[in-house]
Design a protein around this ligand. Structure first.
Ligand SMILES: NS(=O)(=O)c1c(F)c(F)c(-n2cc(CC3CCCCC3)nn2)c(F)c1F
Ligand SMILES: [Zn+2]
Length: 261
């Protein structure tokens, strides 16, 4: 069995706790959100992202996801407001998706699994650097956007998907510039928020989750494009990069707040 964690039967989410004990913590992500248990919080302010398109650096396949990385050496692309009391710096965005359109998201909303879930990862510069931030309960903020399959391809996703052909296999990286990820946001700013963790090892419980209620629409062809990525390196046996999602974890009494009624 491979010692490195992944999403296969011998190294998947049920095994992560063997090398990453935090995986069995009380504030793990993702979770199932049931609208009946959500508390509307009228004191929650709107969130705001001000991203510099020039901060986009590259797009890579690390064998577990497709990730776009940004320059986070200063307050260049920041997220503020909502449940956050400080400005958090955009570090990277990535996705989780399924092997077919009927599943793939990590968070599940009233029993609904979306085809994919896009995560925009930000960290709190008051903790010095990302490695320091992930040791703090208020260290990281992730905006989650659900991808729903419909008739219309999301034009804004095209930029990312066009690059897929250049990063087919694990370890491939390509330059990725002039990209403002806020074009991916849906119209509505409505969100749920709760405190949780990385959905991958090391599963640190450092994340303020901001999950957008309105999914963005992508086409089935766009999802197929994402599924054409491989988890193997070049000239290794081909293993499609699909089903890179962690199932919902115990809520353990946590409160999920909604910015909307
Ligand atoms: N799904 S998620 O919860 O949004 C999510 C995230 F928020 C992340 F920040 C990461 N993450 C992982 C690392 C490597 C670091 C390697 C050194 C130890 C810390 C992690 N960089 N960012 C991540 F992989 C991920 F899946
Ligand atoms: Zn993620």
């Amino acid at each position: 069995a491979q010692s490195v964690w992944g999403y296969d039967s011998d190294n998947g989410p049920e095994h992560w706790h063997e090398n990453y004990p935090l995986a069995k913590g009380d504030k793990q992500s993702p979770i199932e959100i049931n609208s009946k248990d959500v508390q509307h919080d009228s004191s929650l302010s709107p969130w705001h992202a001000s991203y510099d398109p020039g901060a986009a650096k590259s797009i890579l396949n690390n064998g577990r996801t497709c990730r776009v990385v940004f320059d986070d050496t200063f307050d260049r692309s920041v997220l503020r407001g909502g449940p956050l009391t400080e400005a958090y710096r955009l570090r990277q965005l990535h996705l989780h998706w399924g092997s077919s359109d009927d599943h793939g998201s990590e968070h599940v909303i009233d029993g609904v699994k979306y085809a994919a879930e896009l995560h925009m990862v930000h960290w709190n510069p008051k903790h010095g650097n990302f490695a320091g931030a992930l040791k703090q309960p208020d260290g990281v903020a992730v905006v989650g956007i659900f991808l729903k399959v419909g008739k219309t391809p999301k034009a804004e996703m095209k930029r990312i998907l066009e690059e897929i052909d250049n990063i087919k296999t694990k370890g491939k990286e390509a330059p990725f510039h002039h990209f403002d990820p806020s074009i991916l946001f849906p119209k509505s700013r409505d969100y749920w928020t709760y405190h949780g963790s990385f959905t991958t090892p090391p599963c640190e419980e450092c994340i303020t989750w901001i999950l957008l209620r309105e999914p963005i629409e992508v086409s089935s062809d766009q999802m197929a494009k994402l599924r054409s990525l491989s988890k193997n390196a070049e000239n290794e046996p081909v293993h499609p990069l699909v089903d890179n999602w962690r199932p919902p974890q115990p809520v353990k009494g946590r409160i999920v707040r909604a910015s909307f009624k």
